[in-house]
Design a protein around this ligand. Structure first.
Ligand SMILES: COc1ccc([C@H]2[C@H](O)[C@H](O)[C@H](C)N2C)cc1
Length: 450
């Protein structure tokens, strides 16, 4: 343990109500929208394969021409209420929305720069429209904010000269002003999702970022900020120099999911995921593998089974409409969630040994276990290895509670659930109502030995 002034200020999970609610979301929506949605991954008729929201940074793209896209931003099909309905239909409990991505274009009328939606044909406050629409649907809002800002003259990648430092001091004030502005304009938002914080210039600002995080938390008690906002005074990010998680949850799972429970180190975490391999902003040409509804349902169950949230990204088009492929996925996931949401919302790591057929989740604060089944074995027997002293009182299909199972005990704390032969086209959930055994270890097997 080394002494740190600007490391993590908390060990272990937050236990307040705001974080408990966040922990129980299970499924969220990410929305990447901005000027990059206008070119949609193409420029002068040439389609590029990189992440479309990074097009300004690619070779051959005239930066000043890109920067002038604010004068053509007029999303006539933008309808925040329709977006929120799609999210509700999918079963998302929260949305993370890009207020400003790396290109610096602000989707709210910030007082601190001209590079905002106010100076576009559209004019209106998009962040407000999204916050209000999602609030009305009962879906919590988290604001995505990129510290790195390619448009701002005082942004620096590193601080090499005195001039750099003078400019960056102005940039730090600008960043603080925008963050206080967002938290003031949109007081109902539950958190901030930071990005663009890996460059040396920002990593060197441990004290400033620490103070700013403290100021934001004071302004908005309960505010949720992940591990990506700030580095400690040794430049350590996500985990400080003592290996303690920075911020309220681990934000490192970008387009990847932990392989096993040990990899989450007992922390809260979210996984943010794209539908194609790597497109956050709208790209007209989706190439490579496009994830299916079943794949995304499995990722959701996998994240929840290890105590995390799964956040699926949508990249609306330049006109503000959501592409058909994403609507279709939201509908498919939503149809499944309507039947099985009990196994996802307010659930956590069950402490059961992972089995090949799928994932265990546990309803927080109860002994109710869910088996989210994806791969029925040829034996049609689902193996269950319970923690010691566990009694399985009842086992039944969530979608049809009349379909009851009697677990066959095969050894101490180990059972088979025998499924009737059935065709499985969608994952399904089996509920285990369990209890702690008073004496012994609660299995018939144990009694047999006595
Ligand atoms: C350098 O590699 C990066 C940097 C930033 C990203 C950004 C994406 O544009 C998107 O906003 C994602 C959430 N974020 C990590 C992705 C890859």
């Amino acid at each position: 343990q080394i002494t740190l002034l600007h490391g993590s200020h908390r060990v272990g999970k937050r236990s307040d109500a705001a974080m408990e609610k966040w922990r129980g979301y299970g499924l969220g929506q990410f929305i990447h929208w901005g000027l990059y949605a206008i070119p949609g991954g193409a420029w002068n008729g040439k389609q590029y394969n990189g992440a479309a929201e990074w097009i300004r940074s690619w070779n051959g793209i005239p930066k000043s021409t890109y920067d002038s896209l604010n004068y053509s931003f007029n999303p006539t099909a933008f309808d925040a209420k329709a977006w929120a309905k799609t999210a509700r239909q999918m079963g998302a409990k929260y949305v993370t929305f890009t207020t400003k991505h790396h290109d610096g274009f602000c989707l709210w009328p910030s007082k601190y720069t001209k590079y905002t939606v106010k100076n576009s044909p559209y004019k209106k406050d998009i962040v407000k429209a999204v916050v209000d629409a999602y609030d009305q649907e009962g879906i919590d809002v988290i604001l995505y904010f990129s510290v790195m800002d390619w448009n701002h003259p005082d942004w620096r990648y590193d601080l090499k000269t005195k001039e750099d430092s003078i400019a960056f001091e102005r940039f730090k004030k600008f960043t603080r002003n925008q963050l206080i502005e967002l938290l003031t304009n949109y007081p109902t938002v539950k958190g901030l999702w930071f990005d663009g914080t890996w460059d040396k210039s920002w990593v060197k600002q441990a004290a400033f970022a620490d103070e700013l995080e403290t100021e934001m938390r004071k302004l908005r008690p309960g505010l949720i900020i992940g591990s990506r906002f700030r580095a400690d005074e040794n430049g350590k990010r996500h985990f400080d120099s003592n290996g303690v998680l920075m911020g309220d949850y681990e934000q490192g799972w970008e387009r990847k999911i932990p392989a096993k429970i040990e990899d989450v180190h007992g922390n809260d975490w979210d996984c943010v995921m794209t539908v194609p391999e790597n497109q956050w902003g709208y790209n007209a040409a989706w190439n490579g593998h496009i994830k299916t509804g079943n794949e995304l349902i499995e990722m959701t169950a996998r994240c929840v089974s290890m105590g995390g949230n799964f956040v699926l990204n949508f990249g609306p088009k330049g006109d503000g409409s959501i592409r058909q492929e994403e609507i279709k996925l939201a509908t498919e996931i939503g149809d499944w969630m309507k039947i099985n949401q009990e196994a996802i919302y307010n659930c956590e790591y069950a402490g059961y040994e992972k089995q090949d057929w799928g994932y265990f989740t546990k309803k927080s604060g109860t002994d109710k276990i869910y088996m989210v089944v994806f791969n029925v074995p040829v034996s049609a027997a689902l193996r269950i290895k319970t923690p010691p002293k566990t009694i399985i009182k009842k086992a039944y299909l969530l979608a049809d509670t009349q379909e009851v199972f009697s677990p066959e005990e095969i050894s101490g704390d180990e059972y088979f659930l025998h499924l009737k032969k059935r065709e499985q086209s969608k994952p399904f959930v089996i509920v285990l109502e369990t209890a702690k055994a008073e004496k012994g270890n609660g299995t018939k097997y144990e009694k047999a030995k006595i």
